[in-house]
Design a protein around this ligand. Structure first.
Ligand code: PGA
Length: 249
C-alpha cells in the first residue's frame, strides 16, 4: 500500500516570519494522526525556522532545490548536506520552473538526484510535457526522455518520488483530466517496472501536480496510479491546504 503524499511547494512565497506563522497555524489545525504524509517546502530562508516548528510533528520538511556538490566555491548554492542538517527530509528536483528559468536539464537533475540520495534526502523528481508537446503527441516521448535522463545510473530508487506536472497545467487553473493524468502515471509506473522491477514500481509514489485544488483533488486521487499531489498555489492558504490534506486521505 502506498501512503499518499500531499506536498506544498511554496515556490518564492512567504517571508521567514510569514512561513513561521503558517507552520504554527498548520500544526494547531491538523489532527494528531493523518492517513496521508504531509510535506511543506518553504523557500531556503524559512527552512530553519519552520524546521524548529515542525520537529516532532507529522509535518515533513522539504527544500525546493539543491546543488549536487557537497561544498566549496559555488556562490549562491546550497548542498544536500546543509538541507539535511537543517532537518529536511525531502527535496524537489527539476521542477519545470527550474528547467524553464534556470537552465536545468535532465543531466543536472540526474546529478542532483545522485547527490540527494547519497545525502539521504528523499528526492521528488518533477517531469512533464509542454502544451506544444502534448498537442503534437509527444507527451510520452518527453516523459520517457526525462525519466531516462533523470534516472541515469541510479541504482536504488526506493526513496524517490516522481511528480508528473504537465507544464501547461502549472499555475494556469487548467488541470489535466483524471484520465489524462492516470494515463501518464501508468506510463511512468511501467517505465519503472521495465527499468527496475515490479516491486519497486509498486512501492514508488507518483504525484500529480498542476493546478490542484480542494475541488479537484478527490477525483485525481481516485485514479489507481496517482499517489498524492504536489501543490503550488493552493498550498499557500491554510484553509485550502488543510482541505487538500483531508481530501488526500
Ligand atoms: P500550481 O503549482 O499548483 O500552482 O499549479 C504546482 C507546482 O508547480 O508544483
Amino acid at each position: 500500500m502506498r501512503r499518499p503524499l500531499i506536498a506544498g511547494n511554496w515556490k518564492m512565497n512567504k517571508t521567514p516570519s510569514e512561513a513561521k506563522g503558517f507552520a504554527q497555524e498548520l500544526i494547531k489545525a491538523l489532527p494528531v494522526k493523518t492517513d496521508v504524509e504531509i510535506l511543506i517546502c518553504p523557500p531556503y530562508t524559512a527552512l530553519s525556522l519552520v524546521a524548529d516548528i515542525v520537529k516532532n510533528t507529522p509535518i515533513k520538511l522539504g527544500a525546493q532545490n539543491m546543488y549536487w556538490e557537497a561544498k566549496g566555491a559555488f556562490t549562491g548554492e546550497i548542498s544536500g548536506e546543509f538541507l539535511k542538517d537543517i532537518g529536511c527530509e525531502y527535496v524537489i528536483l527539476g521542477h519545470s520552473e527550474r528547467r524553464q528559468y534556470f537552465g536545468e536539464t535532465d543531466e543536472t537533475v540526474n546529478k542532483k538526484l545522485h547527490a540527494a540520495l547519497t545525502g539521504n534526502l528523499k528526492p521528488i523528481i518533477c517531469i512533464g510535457e509542454r502544451l506544444s508537446e502534448r498537442e503534437t503527441n509527444l507527451t510520452f516521448d518527453v516523459i520517457q526522455k526525462q525519466l531516462q535522463g533523470g534516472f541515469m545510473n541510479v541504482g536504488n530508487i526506493e526513496n524517490v518520488v516522481v511528480a508528473y506536472e504537465p507544464v501547461w497545467a502549472i499555475g494556469t487553473g487548467k488541470t489535466a483530466t483524471p484520465e489524462q493524468a492516470q494515463e501518464v502515471h501508468k506510463y511512468i509506473r511501467n517505465f519503472i517496472v521495465d527499468k527496475y522491477d515490479k516491486n519497486t514500481a509498486d512501492k514508488m509514489r507518483i504525484l500529480y501536480g498542476g493546478s490542484v485544488t480542494p475541488e479537484n483533488i478527490a477525483v485525481l486521487m481516485k485514479q489507481p496510479d496517482i499517489d498524492g499531489a504536489l501543490v503550488g498555489g493552493a498550498s499557500l492558504k491554510l484553509d485550502s491546504f488543510l482541505q487538500l490534506t483531508k481530501a488526500g486521505s
